[in-house]
Design a protein around this ligand. Structure first.
Ligand SMILES: Cc1cc2nc3c(=O)[nH]c(=O)nc-3n(C[C@H](O)[C@H](O)[C@H](O)COP(=O)(O)O)c2cc1C
Length: 311
């Protein structure tokens, strides 16, 4: 099985990815949080820093682009090509209102003629391998029938499918009937994404889809960075390794942002997920969330690691 780390804006930037690779590994491909093309000749400082090869040594990184304009997509590809990339990922999954209201991300899925034309133009004009990360529709899971007709017209490097609609957001459960349809219809390689939080979730999926070769993990891997080891080798995450991993991310944030508050803000986003791997975590979650300075934060985190177990 190949495992991919899902792009997660605000979480899976290069600092997280490098720390993950150092302490856990086992991820075959990492994807950047989305880059939204602008009119500027250059990538924004933040986007550039996230894709710079020097900041992404020893990992396979696929930059992700979010747009519905082929020109913006193609010019961003050129910038990424100059940095040495040969593959990019198109975001057709983002469900957030601001993105969808501009017909981007999963909002683009409802405009099938425009989407088809967009794909035609980017596959004709960009000299990159292009993978697609998609939901199964904007409003109705049955939209996937038409979408598969469109996707099958293009040599998509991989079709990464999160089997929810935009309107599901993260509610309901992934629609495995529709995923089955995608698996049977797709002429391109397929990767599954969605709600794999435990080894049993993984095993149940594999039982149903024997020939699935690729899984993208998002929240499950952020909650439990040892999930891949758990699935593959039946080993549980080591608390000390998790603490070292945490410290490496926090210290690098402080170094790069040159500001404790910003670094803590980022860590709090991570704790939103990671806290769930600890026993009796509620009171510690509150303490971490409320901490106003580095000393408070470190104390709250140290207490959690000392006093609670990993579930
Ligand atoms: C906070 C957050 C940020 C995300 N940012 C992105 C993003 O930049 N690009 C993208 O394609 N998906 C993004 N996603 C969606 C995830 O990549 C993934 O598809 C989703 O979480 C479902 O997978 P999971 O159940 O394994 O988490 C984001 C999800 C979350 C929760």
């Amino acid at each position: 099985m190949k495992y991919y780390l899902a792009p997660m804006q605000g979480i899976t930037g290069y600092i997280y990815r490098n720390a993950y690779n150092k302490y856990f590994g086992g991820v075959d491909k990492y994807f950047t949080p989305f880059i939204a093309p602008t009119q500027n000749k250059k990538l924004s400082t933040r986007d550039l820093r996230d894709v710079l090869p020097d900041n992404n040594k020893d990992i396979t990184l696929i930059p992700q682009i979010l747009t519905n304009r082929s020109h913006g997509f193609i010019t961003t590809c050129t910038k990424l090509k100059d940095l040495g990339y040969n593959e990019v990922n198109l975001n057709l999954g983002c469900p957030s209102k601001t993105v969808v209201s501009r017909n981007r991300g999963s909002g683009f899925l409802a405009l099938t003629d425009e989407l088809d034309q967009f794909l035609y133009e980017i596959f004709e004009n960009s000299n990159m391998n292009i993978s697609v990360k998609t939901r199964i529709g904007r409003d109705d899971p049955e939209e996937i029938y038409k979408l598969m007709e469109i996707y099958n017209k293009y040599p998509i490097e991989e079709l990464i499918v999160h089997p929810r609609t935009q309107s599901d957001f993260y509610d309901n459960t992934p629609n495995l009937d529709m995923f089955k349809y995608v698996m049977s219809e797709s002429v391109n390689p397929v990767c599954y994404n969605g709600d794999i939080f435990t080894t049993s979730n993984h095993n149940e999926l594999i039982d149903q889809f024997n020939d699935l070769g690729k899984i993208m993990l998002g929240r499950g891997l952020i909650v439990n960075p040892g999930l891949i080891n758990n699935i593959e080798n039946d080993t549980k995450i080591d608390k000390e390794v998790l603490k070292d991993f945490h410290d490496e991310i926090f210290n690098t944030y402080i170094e790069v942002f040159e500001e404790d508050r910003n670094a803590m803000f980022r860590m709090k986003e991570l704790w939103w997920y990671m806290i769930h791997i600890f026993s009796n975590n509620k009171k510690y979650a509150k303490k971490i969330k409320k901490s106003q300075n580095k000393a408070d934060y470190n104390e709250a985190v140290s207490n959690l690691f000392r006093e609670q177990d990993i579930l």
